[in-house]
Design a protein around this ligand. Structure first.
Ligand code: ATP
Length: 402
């Protein structure tokens, strides 16, 4: 398929001011960055622009400051860590207005090849409303705009969409390109067999993803909490498991759709059950494994069972493309993480192209140490899901066409 958008390779920014929207929305604990994947993923674009001799003005949001300065959500720690990763100073343009006197002065003082980072764009209430004034202020800093924030691409905000209306040139960065290439090729042009694995808590969160992927894949595997609504739709007793009664008909439709299209849909054949949801979530818990048609009325399904883990791993073995989004069980609890681990392991061992759709599944894969065994781990959970739904991402659409 390929992305029909101009990229940083199509422009020369020598001596120009370049505003780069990155996704530096990293987890912080006591002012320390606990997962820097998103920073590392942003480096190729930044380095390219430095080598070109541009004046690089980075911006991003961090968390949800709700439109006002919140010191604990300042991007200052990101500037410090980025300086180390780049081996060059990333000056932090502290400014409660994001584009206020301090930021403007910092931009004025820049030389070719310099890098600065603006304050958290969500310190401004207009940001998430895609307001005109803040979009113009951001655009006034730069000659060229580069969007490399895949994690925000499913939202239309000032710093990734509004700003493009007021700069002449808007292109995408390498990370954005890579994300769209991997996800786009997997869905539109997969090497077959193409196996899609969906898990996570609720069917309702992934309605359109299920429907769209059924059309594209050869086998759709369902695990996690959402599996029980499907099992109930098949007429099985699911005890006290998570069920969305309003979506039972939808699940029936999807099973009928799979049959009509000649697609394989795999549901758990056995399930790991307990008396109740673990509290706290990682507390020791007594479990047993039963066939999916023998879940007692007073028991709750909290992970796929051992036979199911084997069945799913086998389906992955013969695949050439695998896309995975959402855990197979309550993976936060070691006793209920076995299904998720088995699936992660089967992806780590296959030669197929393996793509992890961000969020919990990405965290699980990284935690298990399988990160470098995957072809691609998306930096955007929500954005990758909307992409898998077949939606156009506003952050991508706003860039100039080739
Ligand atoms: P991703 O982040 O990869 O996109 P997700 O965040 O969409 O996945 P969610 O829908 O948020 O996935 O679901 C993840 C949560 O689902 C986990 O916290 C997990 O504990 C929970 N979960 C998984 N299986 C079950 C189950 N059988 N019963 C209840 N909760 C479950």
């Amino acid at each position: 398929m390929g992305l029909n958008k101009k990229s940083v390779d199509d422009i020369n920014v020598k001596g120009q001011k370049v505003l780069v929207r990155c996704d530096f929305n990293v987890p912080l604990k006591d002012g320390k960055i606990t997962d820097e994947n998103r920073l590392v993923a942003a480096l190729p674009t930044i380095k390219k622009l430095i080598n070109d001799g541009g004046k690089i003005i980075l911006c991003s949001h961090l968390g949800k400051p709700k439109g006002e300065p919140k010191p604990e959500l300042s991007l200052a720690p990101v500037a410090a860590r980025l300086s180390e990763l780049l081996g060059q100073e990333v000056k932090f343009a502290a400014d409660p207005e994001v584009v206020g006197p301090n930021a403007k002065a910092a931009v004025e003082a820049m030389k070719d090849g310099d890098v600065i980072l603006l304050e958290n764009t969500r310190y401004r209430a207009e940001e998430t409303k895609n307001g005109e004034a803040f979009s113009k202020e951001l655009a006034s800093l730069a000659d060229v705009f580069v969007n490399d924030a895949f994690g925000t691409a499913h939202r239309a905000h000032c710093s990734n969409v509004g700003v493009t209306e007021y700069v002449k040139t808007s292109v995408v960065g390498y990370l954005m390109q890579k994300e769209i290439d991997f996800l786009g090729n997997a869905v539109e042009n997969p090497v077959r067999p193409f196996v899609a694995i969906l898990g996570g808590a609720k069917v309702a969160d992934k309605l359109n993803v299920i429907s769209n992927l059924l059309e594209k894949c050869d086998t759709l595997i369902i695990g996690g909490g959402m599996a029980y609504t499907f099992l109930k739709a098949k007429g099985l007793e699911v005890g006290t498991s998570l069920v969305d009664d309003e979506k039972i008909n939808y699940c029936k439709e999807m099973m009928a759709k799979a049959e009509k299209l000649g697609k394989t849909m795999l549901l758990p054949v056995d399930t790991t059950i307990a008396a109740s949801f673990p509290d706290p979530i990682d507390a020791p818990i007594e479990v047993s494994v039963v066939s999916s048609d023998a879940i007692p009325a007073d028991r709750m399904g909290l992970d796929i069972g051992t036979e199911t883990a084997k069945l799913y791993a086998d389906a992955v073995k013969s695949a050439k493309t695998v896309v995975w989004n959402g855990p197979m069980g309550v993976f936060e609890n070691p006793i209920l993480a076995k299904g998720t681990i088995a699936v992660a392991k089967s992806l780590a061992e296959t030669d197929a192209t393996t793509i992890i759709g961000g969020g919990d599944s990405a965290a699980a894969v990284n935690q298990l140490g399988f990160g470098d065994k995957m072809s691609h781990i998306s930096t955007g959970g929500g954005a990758s899901l909307e992409f898998l739904e077949g939606k156009e991402l506003p952050g991508v659409a706003a860039a100039n066409d080739k």
